[in-house]
Ligand binder design. Sequence first.
Ligand code: BGC
Length: 742
Amino acid sequence: MKRLFTLLMCLSCYCSLNAQNEQRIQNLISRMTLEEKAGQMTQISIELLLKAKDGVPIEPHQLDSEKLKECIGKYKVGSILNVGGNAQTRENWQSLITQIQNIALKQRLKIPVLYGIDGIHGNNYTSAAVLFPQPITQAASFNPDIAKRIGQISAYETRASFIPWTFSPVLDLGRQPLWPRIWETFGEDPHLVSEMGKATVLGFQGEGQADKYHVMACLKHYMGYSMPLSGHDRTPAWIPERELREYFLPQFAEAVKTGAMTVMVNSGEINGVPVHANKHILTDILKGELGFQGFAVSDWQDIEYLWQRHKVARDNKEAIALAINAGIDMSMVPLNYTFTTDLIQLVKEGKIPMSRIDDAVSRILKVKMLAGLFEEPTGKASDYPQFSGEAHHRANYETAAECITLLKNLNSTLPLKNLKRILVTGPAASSMRALNGGWSRNWQGTNSDTTESSKNTILEAMRDTFGASNIDYAPGADFNGNTNFPEALNKAANADAIVVCLGENSYTETPGNFDDLTLPAAQLDLARTLAKARKPMILVLTEGRPRVVSSIEPLFSAVIQAYLPGNEGGNAIADVIAGKINPSGKLPYTYPRYGNSLHNYYYKYTESKDLDPTAGYNPQWEFGFGLSYTTFSYSNLRLNTDKLSEKGTITVSVDVSNTGKIAGKESVLLFVSDLVASVTPEAKRLRAFKKIEIQSGQTQTVKFTLSGSDLSFINTSLQRITEPGDFIISIGGLKQTFTYHL
Ligand code: BGC
């Protein structure tokens, strides 16, 4: 109820503000020339405006005043994005943004520039800003409060750099583990993505107008981007509209309802149509059905790509007409002004109606107003004393602590107690890059070992936690396939336990494409070699996507999934190993056992082991799986009625007891199975979840309320319906049946 109230308040603030500003916007539009309108619809990368030497921006970045005048004075550009390579200090950002806004405010209509950056896990483009766990890691917390807190702190630290707009959250559904951006998502379940997404939007934007501590969110990549058939980024997806509506659309719809005012469009094609040219998806569904009042920005160069790559247009002009008429409002051009000049021509030639231009521009101006830019285009440096402060770093550690997921713990191997010597090894052991992944101070996250050198790697944190003299180290292998097994094996012989840190180096987008989901051979061989020492082995995974480990998993007594845990990840991992943190993360995706057998947990019955004993759903670890150092037992699952009517609700309660010796947090997941439906039902779907903390020996009753809409699906006429029939609710292995009737 409280959440609903907050949501309604938030919506009403955004809407009433829109009503107030409508007049102002119309007034501005009536005074704007076509050139000024085309400029507002143009977004340019800052790279184009920086002083450079041999094509590389000079550090720290400096704006070239002639280029800036050309951009804003001549082309009247309304939006600038990104960083020209590497993160800048907060002070330099403040100076860059102030220079940009000063020029913008000298123009005839004094319209401020909307500056946007990719803040995927914190304000990753400002040096020293907190680098949180990546979204896939956050999702493992199954705790929307965590997502909201991250959103709030990220917004504060972004606004501290005078930047009002962030290209986040990623609401793509992470159900294709080969896709190199799965770690930017909140995982494979639409409900989990929706809940984490809404909380992030509220954290970023606050509960009304974005003030000096909040930023505008950008939902991306609308929609269906995450499911390329090949798994390779920006390659064709084939998703029937029924499935789009069932799995890919709901999280965008929810975030729009929550007040998100910008959306970035999917770079790929679906069913042979690039989404940047898809009027049905961009206009009919987004702006029509969802009632989206904000603006849609293209992804990087994607209007040009309509002719250069997708080949659905003959030239730039044809591509622009296609995209703008389909519903794109702003083009992330981003490295020239051809969009602006060609757009002006197209309007003059009558190929794009002025009404479409006015619609796009009024949406953009509305967002600038909501971001507060007309009142305060920059900010006051002294307003942000908590930037990169102790409280923010503590929140980062607490987040990582709540996300790390314990996947195996034979005979309570963990926590490690009373051991004399621990060998820490593997390519991820001494790497900040492996903890942070991409979008970390630069696009590919390549510099984290330098930029984050003040933070602890896993090895450094293990030394701090267990005492340097108790920790031995041998890399064993690196991410390029180089190995030194003899050294590692020698040291293993003297160890009481071996912590093997395997996984992935940083990447994002197309550079992360690959052809084999199995962990690289050098890493598998390192594990096999170390096993010869016959010591307890603990596998620590730091990886952006679930790499297949089935061939080496039996060699380990314990497995910790740390995903991409961010700057405090090393400390949190060491504290899990030492038992200072009781792990409570759960997998936000299905961990595959085989690279060629990729199912989601909401597989269809024909994919089950029952019907396909040789190759049916048989993951390494299930969605929602995660162990604790304590034990929880579920009992007394009860429903207040076994008949749910169309307008009624059903209350589900379950008792959860902490039967172990220490306090622990537990995410209680409620799944529903539809037994018979006109569209083949999934084995089960997550319909609600709640994270609780229980002291040792205590029991808590957890309650959920469901209504008919929580059981709905999209039928073959593309309608969302709930069909009468029997359903099974399952929580923590307990089941109850009920009937839904009209
Ligand atoms: C990515 C987007 C990102 C944009 C701007 C694109 O390549 O797909 O996620 O927001 O670049 O950096």
